[in-house]
Each structure stands twice: as structure tokens, then as C-alpha cells.
Design a protein around this ligand. Sequence first.
Ligand code: ATP
Length: 267
Amino acid sequence: MIEFRSVTKQYPDGTRAVEDFSLVIPSRKTTVFVGSSGCGKTTILRMINRMVDPTSGSIQIDGDDIGAIEPVGLRRSIGYVMQNSGLLPHRKVVDNIATVPLLKGVKKKDAREQALKLMDTVGLDRAFADRYPSQLSGGQQQRVGVARGLAVDPNILLMDEPFGAVDPLVRSDLQEELIRLQRDLDKTVVFVTHDIDEAFYLGDQVVILQKGGHIAQVGTPSEILSNPADDFVANFVGANRGKRALHIEETATGSILVDDEGAPPAR
Ligand SMILES: Nc1ncnc2c1ncn2[C@@H]1O[C@H](COP(=O)(O)OP(=O)(O)OP(=O)(O)O)[C@@H](O)[C@H]1O
């Protein structure tokens, strides 16, 4: 479990990106932060692995205050996947995946073997192992990014708009793959997106944020869809009503979350 307690982050130029933010992120579930640009999503995510340190307040992982944990070690124990995959262009796919294990002293041969297995895990053909990132499609590069995030076998996987830059069909493949991975690997996933449909599709817990990291609402997708906390949430959730993939449908046995074809989302 990750717990934020009254966390504020003010950057040196005076920007208060996150103000008095408190939240419990349950273990082995997917929590998705969604909100418009600049509301503090990335800042919140990066405070979990100490890429950014809070100005005040504290963050605990399984009861331990991370302020007391050495940042480099902490960062290497938590998976991190970012938009545009963040791959090193001059390193082969397999070496990109093995970056952190090699830094941690895993033998080259073992790191390569483990990286090849991770390529299987994320659905990438091993034939791509010795290519460079620029020789892969955007979706394939994102899979490499996910494999790299998983390479230290972390309990926590942070994902910052990982599928933002790929086309909608590939994006939907990657989302399904993440749901499958989550089912198999049982990680605590913390995911950031602008896209409310993506948030509802992937999230066990969805956190709708306003400027300054203020929580407009937190709940399961069906809680938020069936009972938006206020007009802001109702508008946000309904902003793309025309293409809204998921909605609540009342049935004889209660309300259920369904996709645009009336079927429960594939989970
Ligand atoms: N290093 C920094 N120095 C100063 N201000 C910053 C810094 N990083 C972020 N900010 C500001 O903090 C606020 C929150 O930024 P953050 O990147 O956390 O938002 P976000 O919700 O992830 O945005 P986006 O969706 O556009 O990536 C913004 O106003 C941003 O300009």
C-alpha cells in the first residue's frame, strides 16, 4: 500500500503543483490518475519513487516513510514507464530492457536471458532483441518500455501516459495487454492519463484530479459513473459522451459497467 499524507510540492519557482494531497493506493490493484494538463499527475507519480521530493507531508510504502529510503535504490526497485518509452536510442532492445539489472550488478548473460523472457511476457517477438529502438514501431517501443519497467521485478509499476503517443488501435491492444499482465503479475500499478475512457478501462481505483492535485473524486469506475461527486466530475466524465466507451447500465440484478457494445469490459 502506498499512502500520501498531506503532501505538498512547491517547485523552486514557486509553482504549487500539488497541495495537501492525501490518498491511499491499495496494493496489487491499478490506480489511475486522470485530469487535465498541469493538474499535478506527473508530480504525484514521481514523488512515489523520489524523482521528486515533497515540500511537506510524507509518503509511506507498506508503512515505511520513503523520505528515509535512499533515492537511487528506491528508484531502481520501482518500475517506471513513460510516454515515448524513454528508450536509449543507441542501445539494442535487449540492453534497454536489461539497463537497471545490469546497473544492479546482474551478470550480462543472466540479464540478457531475463530480458528475453520479459519480451515474451509483454508479447514482443524475440527476433527484435538485437534491433535498435528506432527500428521498432511506436507500439513495439512501448512494449519494450513496459518490459524495462518490469525488469527489476518490482512490486510497484509507475506508468506516466505510457500509451499516449500511439494510434488508437495499438493503444487499445496495449491496454488489453496491460490488463492481462496485471492479472498474471499482480503488481501495484499507478497509471497517469488524460483520457477518461482509458482511466475507466484500466483502473480498479480512479482518481479524478483538479489543478493543484486536488481530488475531485476517487472511486471505482462504476461508483464515479453512477454517482459523480459534483458538476466538475459530471462534466469531466461526460466530456466525450459521444465516444464514451464505458457507461453504467441498469439491469434486473443491479447496475453494471458495460462497453459501447453492451458487454462488460474484458477484465
Ligand atoms: N520542474 C518544475 N518546475 C516548476 N514547475 C513545474 C515543474 N514541473 C512541473 N511544474 C508545474 O507543476 C504543475 C503540475 O505539473 P505536472 O507535470 O505534475 O502536471 P500533469 O498533470 O502531469 O501535466 P501533463 O498532463 O501536462 O503532463 C504545472 O503547473 C507545471 O507547470
